[in-house]
Design a protein around this ligand. Structure first.
Ligand code: CMP
Length: 145
């Protein structure tokens, strides 16, 4: 298994529910190490650009409106198979279909307010990380625990 990096976003509902710490703990428990973290209020242009692949989808407008309804936490997670591990930790996009014990089953309210975003392929992870983080904003360190 390879050490990868992937992008995670805690969405505005995660901040409003006060579960930033709980979400980051879940990642750390699963050996997903945050190597860059920033809280940011996205502009409409930034959110539209990030989700550009969905721009023809009927949910695009609502998705962008939700993502700019409050600040988000942007994170780069590092670990073995980090992209897939993050997706397993998040659960299904629709919280109604997410397995118990996943972030979305435990914290999400709806398919838009689904608490977290995670890159869906290793290729996209590289693109998404580069969208929000310069190389110098990404760190590296060892866990001694
Ligand atoms: P996310 O992983 O951030 O990627 C795109 C987002 O669009 C998704 O999570 C959902 O919050 C939102 N969305 C809303 N409706 C749908 C849908 N029908 N299918 C997929 N994503 C949707």
């Amino acid at each position: 298994m390879a050490i990868e990096r992937t992008l995670s976003i805690i969405k505005p509902d995660g901040l409003q529910s006060g579960v930033i710490g709980k979400i980051i703990s879940r990642f750390e428990e699963k050996q997903l190490k945050p190597v860059a973290i920033r809280m940011q209020q996205l502009s409409k242009t930034e959110a539209e650009g990030f989700y550009a692949v969905h721009k023809e989808r009927p949910f695009f407008k609502d998705l962008v409106a939700f993502m700019i309804s409050g600040p988000v936490v942007l994170m780069v997670l590092e670990g073995e198979s980090a992209m897939q591990k993050n997706r397993d930790t998040m659960g299904a996009t629709d919280p109604k279909k997410a397995e118990k014990g996943t972030l979305r089953a435990d914290f999400a309210k709806s398919i838009d307010a689904n608490t977290v975003h995670g890159s869906d392929s290793v290729e996209n992870a590289k693109i998404e990380i580069a969208y929000f983080f310069r190389g110098t904003e990404q760190t590296g360190y060892e866990w001694k625990r």
